[in-house]
Ligand binder design. Structure first.
Ligand SMILES: [Zn+2]
Ligand SMILES: [Zn+2]
Length: 234
């Protein structure tokens, strides 16, 4: 079956994410757009994933736990996990790999932690919007250990992308999927990168940017494990 997705959505936990990016707003917008599956991918953290998953319970929307992890090479990598537990285990590794710096809300913005009723229950005071000490190779190894999938984010972008920072996608990295931003031309990339699965996601920091029902993957079953299996194969 075809499942329409948006696998790159930030919440109000991302300092650059709008404060309207709450669990209920995100789920309702995704349902309004008739998406079948979304992934929550905040910068270097998954602390709002659980609330979004709770809101989506009982709806047709599948929420996949994720993170957008910044490697030591300042490459953004989308990481998706089969369960909240796996995402949290990876989050521990990421937190231990971040520099011990505090967020500057005046420069970067707030990092809000919300519950399923959209109440602010805390603020993450780490500097999340920065590079971890994990290389892209470390990320592949660690995410694999959590039975997840990792792939380069917005490769068409001029900064924080594997192409801009490394120059190419190393073959021995073993990634089978790449992501392009909503500004990229899908047809151009699908012919240029024909050996990869091509994912186009919104990288939404604002509600109105969440993807339309436009891009899909074909799966036998709607589950995080099946999505991960698909993105890990080519
Ligand atoms: Zn990014
Ligand atoms: Zn992003």
């Amino acid at each position: 079956m075809k499942y329409y997705y948006d696998f790159h959505i930030h919440t109000a936990l991302s300092p650059c994410g709008d404060e309207d990016m709450t669990p209920n707003n995100i789920v309702n917008m995704a349902l309004l757009k008739e998406l079948d599956m979304i992934a929550i991918t905040d910068h270097n953290s998954c602390e709002n994933v659980e609330a979004v998953m709770k809101v989506a319970q009982g709806t047709n929307l599948l929420v996949i736990p994720g993170m957008e992890i910044e490697s030591s090479e300042e490459v953004h990598m989308i990481c998706l996990f089969p369960s909240l537990e796996a995402a949290k285990a990876m989050q521990e590794i990421v937190y231990n790999s971040l520099p011990p710096l505090k967020n500057r809300t005046d420069i970067f913005g707030k990092q809000l932690i919300l519950n399923e009723y959209d109440d602010v229950i805390g603020e993450n005071d780490r500097l999340l919007l920065t590079a971890t000490s994990l290389s892209v190779y470390d990320l592949v190894k660690e995410v694999e250990r959590q039975s997840g999938v990792v792939y380069p984010a917005h490769i068409d972008r001029k900064s924080y992308s594997i192409i801009s920072n490394l120059g190419w996608i190393p073959e021995d990295l073993g990634v089978k999927t790449i992501e392009i931003s909503r500004y990229a031309e899908f047809d151009k990339y699908i012919s240029e990168y024909s050996t990869f699965n091509l994912i186009q996601s919104s990288d939404a920091h604002y509600l109105q940017d969440i993807s339309e029902r436009e891009h899909f993957i074909e799966l036998a079953e709607k589950s995080p494990a099946k999505v991960i299996e698909y993105l890990n194969k080519r």
